[in-house]
Design a protein around this ligand. Structure first.
Ligand SMILES: Cc1cc2nc3c(=O)[nH]c(=O)nc-3n(C[C@H](O)[C@H](O)[C@H](O)COP(=O)(O)OP(=O)(O)OC[C@H]3O[C@@H](n4cnc5c(N)ncnc54)[C@H](O)[C@@H]3O)c2cc1C
Length: 387
């Protein structure tokens, strides 16, 4: 199932889960070209500008390379599985190459049963508690993870020691045993680690003065979502035109600068609609063409019902406002004509553009758009059916 899942998730095996404020990843080359990965608490890491004690007898100076205390556990030194590690550790200690307190330390294992995430995870699987879960797995002949047994102790190493020439054989041994000793998602060695640290718009094609104007200085936001980091997106007006630079427009994921963390413009399924809106804006603003529209005479019964059908159809099926919620909206303009009231239906305009445009803003209008409700990320509760 894991292989199948990984395949479906474009071969992403593990997304390294850590909280960047308090933790950091540790990558150690093991088993030849593999990578052994840990996440350590930053307070257990030092070097690269920080001096700190990371093991009882190990103070890492600020000018040394970054190193952290990394742990394996729950580790039962008496268990036959642990035998090869214990033997190698004793040998290294006997030769004065590994010292308890300086290169490694024993501690109490973390109680995985106390994890705050565990009860909800078990409930999702349909179990009331850990005991019931273990019982079912045993009955069904499924693998039992010994970490639940809470046997053994936590064994922590200085990562600097493990990657040293003396520590390398021990690291390789741990790499082989860790999948059987630990239950964290990083327990298997990895072939490749990819660090994705984000990106910024490449403004090298712009003149220097434009670079300063469009991509430097304070960040910008358009209400609702959070502001992008400074320089990530070019500054744009509501119609995707560069701020103060007539004739320069941005499309694709750069257009997401307008709806950053608010809508789906950072993805193809979102920006295919903002790119279409840009095309319509260009036709309108540069060529003087109108926005594609359908007009209905509301005084005439069949036209009025066609209009109502269109409104309902769009609410049920419109793809652009659905994907680009809170950003693109359908605009219905009303105006008087000699034959009575007219409704003009315009699809998928950037709402800010529609509000800023003098012509559109001067007409009585309805804007149809979607947005998540304020409680959209709360569990849904169904009201009791009314009798
Ligand atoms: C791992 C991953 C998974 C993703 N999965 C999804 C997904 O499932 N669904 C989804 O909707 N989106 C997904 N996305 C996002 C989506 O792929 C991107 O948002 C999209 O490809 C961006 O398209 P774009 O045309 O704006 O930019 P790009 O695809 O980056 O195209 C920009 C082009 O401009 C070229 N270029 C740059 N500078 C110059 C220059 N000076 N001169 C000439 N050419 C230049 C580049 O070579 C590039 O070809 C994913 C992205 C990643 C990284």
């Amino acid at each position: 199932m894991q292989i199948y899942d990984s395949y479906l998730l474009k071969a992403l095996d593990v997304k390294l889960p850590y909280s960047a404020d308090e933790e950091e990843p540790v990558f150690l080359r093991c088993l030849g070209s593999m990578l052994c990965v840990w996440v350590s608490r930053s307070e257990r890491c030092a070097g690269a500008g920080v001096e700190r004690r990371i093991l009882p007898d190990l103070v890492v100076s600020a000018d040394s390379n970054r190193r952290c205390a990394v742990e394996i556990g729950a580790f039962d030194p008496e268990h036959s599985l642990a035998e090869p590690v214990m033997r190698m550790l004793r040998n290294l200690t006997g030769q004065g190459l590994a010292m308890e307190g300086r290169d490694f330390e024993w501690g109490q294992p973390r109680d995985s049963r106390k994890s705050s995430a565990l009860p909800s995870r078990l409930a999702e699987l349909g179990h009331r508690n850990v005991e019931e879960y273990l019982e079912v797995r045993k009955k069904e002949g499924l693998a039992l993870n010994s970490a639940f047994g809470l046997k053994g102790r936590r064994l922590e190493f200085d990562s600097g020691f493990l990657e040293s020439t003396q520590g390398q054989p021990l690291l390789d041994l741990i790499a082989q045993l860790r999948p059987r000793l630990a239950q964290d998602p990083l327990r298997h060695p990895f072939d490749v680690a990819v660090r994705c640290l984000g990106w910024r718009v490449d403004d090298s094609m712009l003149e220097e003065s434009l670079q300063r104007q469009l991509t430097q200085g304070s960040s910008f936001g358009f209400g609702g979502g959070s502001s992008p980091p400074p320089g990530k997106y070019p500054k744009m007006e509501s119609g995707y035109q560069a701020m103060g630079v007539p004739g320069l427009y941005f499309a694709g994921s750069l257009g997401h600068g307008r709806d950053y963390r608010r809508s789906a413009g950072g993805f193809i399924h979102g920006f295919r609609y903002t790119a279409r809106a840009l095309h319509r804006i260009l036709r309108r603003d540069q060529l003087g063409a109108g926005w594609p529209n359908r007009t209905f005479e509301l005084n005439e019964a069949s036209s009025r019902s066609r209009w109502m059908r269109l409104v309902l159809e769009r609410i049920n099926e419109a793809a652009g406002p659905y994907q680009m919620f809170g950003e693109l909206g359908d605009v219905i303009l009303f105006q008087q004509s000699s034959t009575g009231l007219l409704a003009e239906y315009l699809e998928e305009l950037p709402m800010a553009y529609a509000q800023e445009d003098r012509f559109l803003a001067s007409k009585p209008r309805i804007i149809v758009s979607f947005n998540y409700g304020r409680r959209f990320n709360m569990p849904l509760t169904c009201p009791a059916p009314e009798r």
